[in-house]
Every structure is written in C-alpha cells, then in structure tokens.
Design a binder for this molecule. Structure first.
Ligand code: HQG
Length: 175
C-alpha cells in the first residue's frame, strides 16, 4: 500500500511551488502534464486519481480528459487560474496564530509567499488553517465592506476565498 499522504504533500509542493523538483513545468494557467507527473513521482494513473479523489480539501483538479492536472489554490508561482471575481459574503475568516498578531495589526494580512491572502468561509475552517501553526486565533474580515470599497475577491475551485491583501481597517481582532 502506498503512502498517499506523503505523495499528496509532494504533489502539492510540485503543483504550487517547485515543479522543477521533478523536471515538470506548469503552463500559465498552472497545468502540468499528467504523464510527466506520473513519471516524475513514480505513480500510476490509479494512484494519482486516488490522491485527487480522496483529498479532503479537494486541492487538485484534472482537466476534462485527464491529460493535465493543477492545484486549485495555494501557489507561490504566479499562475492565472482564470478565476472569476465574485462578491464575498459580509464576513470571511482567517485563522492564524498569536505570534503574528502584532505584525498583522500594523500591516494587515499580507499574502507572504503565496499569490493571494487565503480566507475561509466559516470559523471552523479558519480554526483548522490556524491550528497548522499552533493555538488558532480567528480574525473576522469585513469582506463585504472591502468589496464595496473596491477590493477584488475570488473563490477557488475548492471554496477558498482569495484576495490580494486585507488592510487592518477591515480586520476584527479577538478580545
Ligand atoms: C500570516 C492551507 C505576520 C498568516 C490552508 C499565515 C490555507 C502574517 C501566514 C492555505 C501577516 C502565511 C493558506 C502579517 C499574514 N504579519 N504574519 N502582516 N499576514 N500573515 O500558509 O492562510 O493545506 O501562506 O496569518 O488551509 O495559513 O496547503 O497562509 O499564518 O487554505 O491546502 O502568515 O494553505 O491549505 O501562511 O494558509 P500561509 P495560510 P493547504
């Protein structure tokens, strides 16, 4: 039995950050050729389909004829996912940890190494995101107000809200 968790993590590294690790390139829309992924990662098509179908966050998508695959969000490489801008709900959430709060209070949420700031549609999801780093702290983002003020939002194929930055003015800090 393969260790699919490890393979899935590596696939995320390849499709979001470092395709060159296995000699793969992404096109401008983030797509990689499936045969090259199979070869580079030593996977069968069944393995890859299993990883895509069982991913709990639906991180990956095939194109229609399954000749190409890409990550649905999370890239540090600049790719155009051809997402349509969308009006966000009044509030979105961001899960982070205490050690970042001072800096977030000063400069707002920055995209850091990724292409966008990632926001969650509900508190529960934000808690999961934050707990990757420690005790989660949840920030409430006035997304509706940001949208009214001209900020653009996108929602990825797997339901993650994306925007370029969140200035401190739109962030409600706990406590
Ligand atoms: C923090 C996972 C200091 C921010 C998740 C976060 C998500 C600041 C970290 C996706 C800051 C960046 C993205 C500022 C932001 N000062 N710290 N001004 N602005 N930060 O991993 O949102 O499992 O790039 O709070 O579920 O944690 O990979 O972003 O802690 O959807 O599919 O800087 O990654 O998905 O970290 O996570 P990240 P994120 P996957």
């Amino acid at each position: 039995m393969r260790n699919y968790t490890k393979a899935s993590k590596f696939l995320s590294l390849v499709l979001r950050h470092q395709p060159e690790k296995i000699g793969v390139t992404l096109d401008c829309h983030g797509w990689a050729e499936v045969p090259k992924i199979l070869l580079g990662m030593n996977l069968t098509m069944e393995d890859l389909e299993h990883i895509v179908d069982t991913d709990e966050k639906r991180r990956y998508s095939f194109n229609e004829d399954k000749t190409k695959i890409r990550a649905n969000q999370g890239h540090s490489i600049p790719v155009d996912l051809e997402l349509e801008s969308k009006e966000p709900p009044e509030f979105l959430y961001h899960g982070t940890v205490g050690q970042f709060l001072g800096s977030i209070q000063r400069e707002g949420l920055q995209r850091r190494s990724r292409q966008y700031v990632h926001l969650s549609p509900d508190v529960e999801t934000a808690e999961k995101v934050g707990s990757r780093r420690g005790k989660p702290v949840i920030l409430q983002i006035a997304a509706g107000k940001m949208h009214q003020d001209g900020y653009t939002f996108y929602v990825s194929e797997n339901g993650v809200w994306l925007t370029g930055e969140v200035p401190p003015l739109y962030i409600k800090f706990p406590g």
